[in-house]
Design a protein around this ligand. Structure first.
Ligand SMILES: [Zn+2]
Length: 566
């Protein structure tokens, strides 16, 4: 490709709202452009990288025995109602009217593929199957961010496996795990597999593949001793319940005017947040329930929803709180409450604590569990935090942020059961197909690589994903010797199958170096003053180690470097 013809508009001015370095660089270097919030165009450079990522993924999926197909993005509403996920994924579904009814734009494809399989697979002889596609997905993300990190339209590889039994699913899951490790290695990414939650999609045994990065939006707890790693949403920890430090006293009501938040109450009463029980009123499928956690802890709503078996869970409105507790928002507490109550198990050891009184401007001090008369369920409700200890070896966790790039999970019967996807087994009995699903954020990998591999001058692509393998820079196109040598090398490299971007523009040398560094092509071939002696300079973008080589050895040397880098 000749740079003079390349459509790669660079951006000089980038909004201060664009925070992540990868996002700024991809915009600046002309890889992507935003159409609207979370919706991006891939320009030729960006599309080349996207295609390369997709090909690495495709390669490893095929090698693992999966078969590629392509499913529609338009999903009939009835199918989502049938699986029950129209309710659980309601917030991200993008609906649209099409002649013939209501449709959703596919945010994921478990329903569509299971429908295909249930209509076409009859016998155990046709199993196992592992089917995948690489396709755009659509989600109504409330907060798109980081460019391609969290978008409303994004490219994903999604695979779905169909097995006869648990042992078959185990084997497929392990195969996918191994394929993912190889995919991320080939993309030049150092990725950490972590225990994860199945979220609204369900599933029990699941792993996320995380790029550790301060810019990530997931929080991960890592054990430095035994290697346990888990998403904060699901992280287990060994609970240390304190022994009661003092004998219980009799509780009394105190006036706490305008003290609504934990901080305000603690300031007013001069107690630490650890001495307060926070009572959160939630609506689970429309019914009020109370969740109790320590004042300084955060309720894990996802975990609470799963515990309740509810499709939807949200914090109650002030009106709902008034109706459920008899008091205003900010003053709820377990004493005298009659709705179902769930208390974090950590609270068991607390004595003489502070809680709301279910009355305006009033809290109770010296509350004890004996004061709570309605049935109470003890459960783990809060998030793990740095400072909590590893469930395996009791070492304190360290907390890191991460960008989720892949997710594998055992769906088991979460989709095949509601959709009645069955097969006839060897003994003639009809059984449900056991399923797994395996996603990779193909477009998100571009941002992840850009985030992990850049310097102050621009992007630094690994050879396997680079938009071009070599940037050929002619320092002075007016110089006959330089131009002739550069044109000759361009033709020779192309003939040898090397993907080369030839900067044939009439720009100054400084501009060409700057743009080559910004785009981040791994090898730079510079034709300058030494052209008269038949010499050119070969440099690596990553390390900048200029080396003079004879023009007739260029093709062989470049091919060696590419082979070594891939
Ligand atoms: Zn450990």
């Amino acid at each position: 490709m000749r740079y003079s013809q390349l459509f790669a508009p660079t951006l000089r001015e980038i909004s201060a709202e664009v925070e992540m370095p990868s996002h700024r660089l991809l915009l600046r270097a002309g890889f992507i452009r935003q159409l609207s919030a979370g919706v991006y165009s891939f320009l030729p450079l960006g599309y080349k990288v996207l295609t390369r990522v997709a090909n690495v993924v495709r390669d490893e999926m095929n090698r693992a025995g999966a078969q590629e197909l392509l499913l529609p993005a338009l999903h009939p509403q009835e199918l989502w109602a049938e699986s029950g996920r129209e309710a659980t994924m309601h917030d991200v579904l993008i609906g649209l009217k099409v002649r013939g009814g209501q449709f959703y734009l596919g945010p994921t494809h478990e329903e569509v593929i299971t429908d295909l399989v249930r209509k076409n697979v009859r016998s155990y002889r046709e199993l196992p199957l592992n089917l995948y596609q690489i396709q755009m997905k659509y989600r109504d993300e409330p907060r798109p961010r980081g460019g391609l990190v969290r978008a409303r339209e994004f490219m994903m590889k999604d695979a779905y496996s169909f097995d006869r039994d648990e042992a078959g699913l185990d084997a497929t899951y392990r195969q996918m795990y191994a394929a993912y490790v190889t995919i991320f290695q080939r993309c030049g990414l150092d990725v950490t597999p972590v225990e994860a939650s199945g979220g609204a999609i369900g599933g029990k045994e699941t792993k996320e593949f995380m790029l550790l990065s301060d810019a990530g939006e997931d929080s991960i707890l890592l054990c430095p001793e035994c290697g346990y790693a888990a998403n904060r949403e699901i992280a287990d920890f060994r609970l240390v319940v304190a022994e009661p430090a003092e004998p219980p006293r009799k509780h009394v009501a105190v006036n706490t005017p305008d003290a609504h938040t934990v901080q305000q109450v603690c300031d007013f009463l001069h107690v630490a947040p650890e001495r307060l029980v926070k009572t959160l009123i939630c609506m689970a499928d429309g019914q009020p329930v109370a969740a109790l956690v320590r004042g300084d802890r955060e309720l894990n709503e996802g975990r609470f929803r799963v515990l309740l078996g509810a499709a939807r869970l949200e914090l109650a409105t002030p009106e709902q709180i008034q109706a459920a507790t008899g008091g205003p928002i900010g003053f709820s507490g377990p004493v005298g409450l009659t709705i179902p109550m769930y208390a974090d198990e950590e609270l068991r050891g607390m004595v003489n604590f502070v809680a709301g009184a279910n009355a305006a401007d009033t809290h109770l001090v010296d509350v004890n569990w004996a004061d709570v008369t309605a049935p109470l369920t003890w459960a783990r409700l809060r998030f793990a935090e740095a400072g909590d200890v590893c469930p395996n070896c009791a070492t304190p966790f360290t907390e890191r942020r991460g960008i989720e790039l892949g997710h594998i999970f055992k769906l088991r019967y979460a989709i095949s059961e509601p959709l009645r996807a069955t097969f006839t087994d060897e003994d003639g009995s009809e059984k449900l197909i056991i399923m797994g699903c395996y996603g990779i954020g193909v477009s998100r990998i571009i941002s992840a690589v850009a985030e992990a591999c850049h310097d102050e001058n621009g992007l630094i692509w690994p050879m396997a994903l680079a938009p071009y393998q070599v940037a050929l820079l002619a320092m002075n196109m007016q110089d006959e010797t330089q131009r002739t040598l550069a044109e000759g090398l361009y033709a020779a490299l192309q003939a040898a199958g090397v993907d080369v971007l030839f900067d044939d523009r009439g720009e100054r040398a400084g501009v060409k170096f700057k743009d080559a560094d910004l785009i981040g092509i791994p090898l730079q071939l510079v034709v300058g003053k030494n052209a008269a002696d038949g010499l050119v300079e070969l440099r690596e973008r990553r390390v900048k180690n200029p080396q003079l080589i004879a023009h007739d050895t260029v093709v062989a040397t470049v091919r060696e470097r590419i082979a070594a880098a891939e």
